[in-house]
Write a protein that binds this ligand. Sequence first.
Ligand SMILES: Nc1ncnc2c1ncn2[C@@H]1O[C@H](COP(=O)(O)OP(=O)(O)OP(=O)(O)O)[C@@H](O)[C@H]1O
Ligand SMILES: [Mg+2]
Length: 248
Amino acid sequence: MKTLAVYSIKGGVGKTTTAANLAWAAAQAGRRTLLVDLDPQGASSFYFRVRPIKGAKAQRILSGGDALTDCIRASDHDGLDLLPAHLSFRNFDLLLDDMKRSRTRLRKALRAVKDEYDLVVLDAPPSITLLSENLFDASDLILVPVIPSPLSERTWRQLMDFFKDHKLPENQLRPFFSMAQSRSRLHKDTMVRLRATGRFLHAVVPLSADIERMAERREPVLVFAPNRTAARACRALCREVLAELEPT
Ligand SMILES: Nc1ncnc2c1ncn2[C@@H]1O[C@H](COP(=O)(O)OP(=O)(O)OP(=O)(O)O)[C@@H](O)[C@H]1O
Ligand SMILES: [Mg+2]
């Protein structure tokens, strides 16, 4: 089982959109996939029309074992299950703070599903907290959406600095351009400059009305507009990510 996080310190950069599209594309590509919605906003659960079971509390997720697996629900799509968000997930940091070995709890909890799934996709809330550190520890790869604009670039640099300062493996971080506008001079210049660092994935997810419609359709753009530019970009991103996670 491989674990992929979609993460940024910054809000509204396309984490949930990416997590939903990638999870669906990976399931389509034959990977038994679990999408874990760690964000109490519950947006990725909303995209897949999945509601939490009663009592799916944060504590149960961190306990792992049957307590965690009982919270998993099937989606309407073959090969894709969800662990939907619950409002109590706002308490993850409080709970973790009270626990021993508080930075490794999520990885240990996810052992409960290691034989059931090929891929676990973690959709995380923005900010950098103890939950984020658990996510870093639990993930084989951390996909970071970066809008090619100054504030988003700044949070990408903050994240790299955090990894350096805490001696975390920087090569776990894979940034890609999200909501890119090909007609914007600022976006184009920023992409050229950041690409020169050699770290960014090739796939670029454009700013797209089709992607925005996901919230109305409540399904991945790959389902309702599979031949459009945005869907092609999401498929390319999925291919690149799977190639990194599963080197031959
Ligand atoms: N490529 C895109 N083109 C157009 N709109 C997009 C794109 N990606 C995301 N959006 C829209 O931007 C908003 C934020 O996207 P999303 O929820 O994926 O971001 P997020 O990083 O998960 O946000 P949060 O930090 O609140 O969890 C949503 O309304 C979504 O529909
Ligand atoms: Mg989100």
